[in-house]
Design a protein around this ligand. Structure first.
Ligand SMILES: [Zn+2]
Length: 140
């Protein structure tokens, strides 16, 4: 049991120390993702603290006044984090949409048939209505 604990600690420390060296370059998109992950893990910490507090209170390790104060503080922190997570998620959704639009524009991909104006389906190479060839997809 102790060995497992030590191995876990060592691996955790190594991962923590080594991660900045091996992680890929940060793009704005993964920045948002990282922000979200940081918020999520902070939320886990606050939830764990709340649980510990609850346990300490039930075991009589902490008096009612301190318990009430700490609980309020942790709850407020958890609420703030949840709000931040919400906002970050919405912001990411918006960014993703903008990125997709930018990619479409960059590709100059025809989204409609030049002959008859029929909307192009995903992966279509020929118009579904008139059969005209659609502009090739540029993937570079
Ligand atoms: Zn057509």
């Amino acid at each position: 049991m102790e060995t497992v604990l030590i191995v876990t600690l060592v691996l955790g420390t190594l991962a923590f120390v080594g991660w900045p060296l091996v992680r890929p370059a940060v793009s704005p998109r993964s920045q948002g993702k990282k922000e979200l992950e940081a918020l999520e893990s902070e939320k886990e910490v606050v939830y764990a603290a709340l649980k510990d507090l609850e346990l300490d209170h039930r075991m009589g390790k902490i008096d009612a006044k301190d318990y009430g104060e700490l609980k309020d503080r942790y709850r407020l922190k958890a609420l703030t984090l949840l709000e931040q997570i919400d906002r970050t998620t919405q912001k990411r959704g918006l960014v993703d949409e903008q990125v997709m639009d930018a990619i479409d524009n960059h590709r100059g991909e025809a989204r409609f048939c030049a002959q008859c104006g029929t909307p192009r389906g995903a992966g279509d190479h020929f118009c579904r209505i008139c059969g005209a060839e659609l502009a090739a997809i540029v993937t570079s």
